[in-house]
Ligand binder design. Structure first.
Ligand SMILES: NC(=O)c1ccc[n+]([C@@H]2O[C@H](COP(=O)([O-])OP(=O)(O)OC[C@H]3O[C@@H](n4cnc5c(N)ncnc54)[C@H](OP(=O)(O)O)[C@@H]3O)[C@@H](O)[C@H]2O)c1
Length: 422
């Protein structure tokens, strides 16, 4: 049996056991009677913004209360981390998120602390508000937790019915926790900003920059499931992973100028940019001009602006930046310039559940950590070079599976991705 320390460092790209189609998703159940949860729960919190040292484990966080008729209380089995958690730990987005949490507290000094991070959950429903119709206590569910809500690095998390979905039957909780936040963000970026949908994808060529990370590995699989032609940029050592997940063409950004490497390629209908920086300078030229092509970036200055300039000036400045870039891109390249953002969407997760259970989307879990090692999980994420997702196992129910998966080496599982994705 491996030690917890080893668990923290073991690369568990495994989890990609081929999942046979397991039939359709369960019919949505009608809410039955609920047992109220009371008392205190275990959670990782921050009491101030800062580096990893601000993370504190406590057993004394009050269990959230069902106080709206559409609330659902979930006992968390697994949570996952996203780059946003690391940024939020340091105070990123604090001004706007505080406003979103409670518009009436923006002018006063009421604190958002203790704040719980963690943006994904897979767990079991333990309680429901009286108007909840699709879920009942005992249901296994998954969801993305909006950044303005208390997160999932806790025993319980409270969400609304609209944000929650039945978890794919073929995934463990650890596997399931790796998907909701990147799925909701990818959907928002590709569909709302990129104008793509399942029916339009078969004729589309899409470029994903940063294809090896959390968003990239999910968006790539969704686009392939929808029939698009997908090219990704990533490091050379991630090529096996992204090809295994279905990438049609792979460009190694460490091998030289990406734009030059792609000069001969047919142009794209959509670029999904997960890297930012100067990507937009060269990516615009790779889009089909005057044909409705879109550049969508997930790396925006919006929250940074509201943090540094204040809510009003920051929002205005971001709006002007977006407007001027959009106008410039349209005039000079004949392409649309857009920002993509996470948006909560439980019903969309229902669709993803079907794709997962049909084996069309695989969870990509690079590393998992026990609940006792949340700071180590943050540290792992901060090192960068993600290959999929980092998951925290909150409940011990996943212990046996975790140990089994730990025994599989990175090389073995990468081969498995390639074999299974064929
Ligand atoms: N706007 C929103 O609402 C929203 C929501 C979610 C995420 N995001 C943002 O979207 C970005 C991607 O998120 P994520 O969760 O996928 O991050 P991630 O899991 O950290 O993945 C980033 C990936 O990009 C690769 N990479 C780094 N530099 C690259 C380059 N120049 N070219 C190609 N690949 C490169 C990294 O691997 P190597 O370094 O080894 O190459 C890594 O695999 C982050 O900046 C995140 O903050 C925004």
């Amino acid at each position: 049996m491996a030690s917890l320390g080893a668990m923290a460092t073991t690369r568990l790209l495994g989890f990609l056991t081929w999942k046979a189609a397991a039939g359709s998703a369960s019919a949505r159940a009608v809410h039955g009677s609920a047992g109220r949860q009371q008392g205190y729960m275990s959670a990782w919190v921050i009491d101030q913004y800062g580096t990893n040292g601000v993370l504190r484990h406590t057993e004394e966080i009050p269990i959230p209360e069902i106080n709206s008729s559409s609330d659902i209380m979930i006992k968390v089995n697994a949570a996952s981390l996203n780059p946003l958690d690391v940024s939020m730990r340091a105070g990123y987005g604090a001004k706007l998120l505080k406003l979103r949490r409670d518009p009436f507290t923006v002018m006063d000094s009421e604190s958002e602390f203790p704040l719980i991070l963690g943006r994904d959950v897979s767990g079991v429903v333990v309680d429901c508000g009286r108007d909840v119709t699709h879920f009942t206590p005992g249901d296994e569910v998954w969801a993305a937790v909006s950044p303005w809500k208390q997160g999932s690095l806790a025993e319980y998390v409270k969400l609304t019915e609209y944000e929650v979905s039945h978890k794919p039957k073929t995934l463990s909780h650890v596997e399931a926790a790796s998907i909701p936040y990147v799925a909701s963000t990818s959907l928002s970026a590709l569909v709302n900003a990129g104008g793509l949908c399942r029916d339009s994808c078969p004729n589309k060529r899409v470029l994903i920059t940063g294809g090896s990370g959390g968003i990239g590995t999910f968006a790539l699989q969704l686009l392939k499931a929808w029939g698009a032609h997908v090219t990704v940029t990533c490091s050379q050592n991630a090529e096996g992973l992204v090809r295994g997940l279905g990438a049609d063409e792979v460009v190694d950004y460490t091998a030289g100028n990406v734009a030059e490497q792609m000069e001969e390629m047919e142009k794209f209908d959509v670029v999904l940019d997960n890297v930012g920086g100067n990507t937009e300078e060269w990516a615009m030229d790779l889009l089909k001009p005057w044909s409705g092509a879109k550049y969508v970036t997930l790396v925006t200055p919006f929250l940074f602006n509201t943090d540094s300039m204040g809510l009003l000036d920051g929002t205005l400045n971001a709006g002007l930046t977006l407007q001027s870039k959009a106008a410039q891109s349209f005039v000079s390249n004949g392409v649309f310039y857009r920002w993509g953002f996470y948006a909560p969407d439980g019903p969309f997760l229902d669709t993803i559940s079907l794709l997962v259970d049909a084996g069309k989307i695989l969870p990509v879990v690079e590393a998992q950590f026990p609940f006792s090692q949340v700071p180590q999980a943050f540290h792992k994420l901060e090192q960068g070079h993600a290959r999929g997702k980092t998951v925290v196992k909150v409940s011990e129910e996943e212990e046996g599976l975790a140990e089994e998966l730990m025994e599989r080496s990175y090389a073995e599982t990468e081969q498995e991705i390639q074999k299974n994705a064929k």
